[in-house]
Ligand binder design. Structure first.
Ligand code: FEO
Length: 394
């Protein structure tokens, strides 16, 4: 299959992975993903920007055999993670005169993780430019979105920027250009939530930087190419803003429905006050949906049954995930039910501590909730309403 031309001798040479169902062995993928690789043919030199996920190397090389691109001078590694750098050794075998251009952190990573020989790598500096003849590649270091080794490659004459994982989406396509849709927006948000949200402040900074560059196109390393950069940049500006939305996220695990009944009651009371809620069944629901809700939530209330004198292990797992995703939420609380005793909340409170949330008095009950217990839940709803008012959400 021919490489699709994106603009003036810049081609898409990546691949879809429609069958991939989970990324990082953690979060389900709804649409598979793509591993994007770009071929840039200058009047004198040719470069490949980012390569391929190792299990796809054979298929990737087959595409190069079909396209007969001639010599390759440079392989640009924007980031060392193997879904983009994994096929560098194979490409170096196919194009033995090519050298890898990358920053020092990524150089270290590809030497360690892929055994790329040091003599095949030339380190570049932040802002350095490399000429391909009628095209110039400029390297812009972007540590933190999402690894310390991440950099962008800007193709000056064409005013397009390859942003590596930043601004990507786990999405597949037959035509590389983005079709702006709710489905794509959702995939991009799921991707942001899982991969970029822990680095929100850096994302905010680079979103503004790319806005200011006024580029013609954004070429990320997963998902489609944006001919209209403001589609994805405006979404990132919203997701990375400091102000949460009037939303309470309610992840819960409930063994005999007691905890669930209290979560249901809380959701009902909050909704009656005009506060949006997102109930999340920790056992059955998709963690990606929870991550997306955490992008916007002002408050997190976790519900858990007690198991062996402590919180349910699946609630602990979600609390840990929330703490590492670092959402912008401001408030938190807990609700739970126990049978014979123990400490229901301590582990979860400790796990959430790095988020520095304002903790609303938790509710712990014995057995099935009584009318008195439900009144406490109603009080919690009122407190959450006041908290949201205090930051101007209501
Ligand atoms: Fe898509 Fe950080 O790799």
């Amino acid at each position: 299959m021919k490489f699709q031309e994106i603009k003036n001798n810049i081609y898409y040479c990546g691949l879809n992975d429609c069958d991939r169902r989970i990324f990082d062995e953690l979060i389900p993928l709804e649409h598979g993903t793509s591993y994007n690789s770009y071929l840039v043919k200058g009047s004198e030199k040719t470069a490949i920007i980012d390569t391929m996920y190792p299990p796809k190397t054979t298929e990737y090389l087959k595409r190069f055999a079909e396209n007969q691109i001639g010599k390759v001078d440079y392989i640009i590694a924007n980031h060392g993670e193997q879904d983009h750098s994994g096929s560098i050794p194979a490409l170096l075998e196919k194009y033995p005169n090519a050298i890898v251009l990358t920053n020092s952190k990524c150089a270290e990573n590809i030497k360690n993780m892929l055994h790329v020989p040091a003599e095949k790598i030339r380190e570049v500096a932040d802002g350095e430019e490399v000429s391909l003849g009628d095209k110039t590649l400029k390297f812009i270091f972007a540590p933190g979105v999402h690894w310390p080794d991440t950099m962008f490659t800007y193709i000056k004459e064409d005013n397009v920027i390859c942003t590596c994982d930043f601004l990507g989406a786990h999405y597949t396509f037959s035509d590389v250009f983005a079709v702006e849709s709710k489905e794509l927006e959702k995939s991009a948000k799921r991707y942001y939530a899982e991969i970029m949200m822990p680095f929100r402040m850096m994302c905010k900074r680079y979103t503004q930087m790319i806005k200011d560059m006024n580029v013609d196109m954004i070429l990320p390393s997963h998902g489609p190419v944006y001919k209209n950069p403001s589609f994805i940049l405006d979404l990132y500006a919203d997701w990375t803003s400091d102000t949460p939305k009037n939303l309470v996220v309610l992840p819960y695990v409930s063994m005999y429905n007691s905890t669930m009944e209290m979560i249901d009651r809380l959701a009902e009371k909050l909704n009656a006050e005009g506060i949006e809620t997102f109930k999340f069944d920790i056992v059955d629901d998709d963690l990606g949906d929870l991550a997306m809700a955490l992008v916007d939530a002002a408050t997190i209330v976790m519900g858990t049954s007690m198991v062996l004198a402590g919180p349910h292990p699946m609630a602990v797992n979600v609390a840990y995930l929330a703490s590492v995703l670092r959402p912008k939420a401001k408030f938190a609380s807990l609700i739970g039910s126990y049978g014979w005793g123990g400490k229901l909340f301590d582990i979860i409170v400790n796990l959430l501590a790095p988020l520095k949330l304002d903790l609303i008095e938790p509710i712990q009950i014995k057995g099935k909730p009584t009318e008195e217990d439900f009144k406490k839940v109603d009080e919690m709803a009122k407190t959450i309403l006041e908290k949201h008012k205090s930051i101007g959400l209501v």
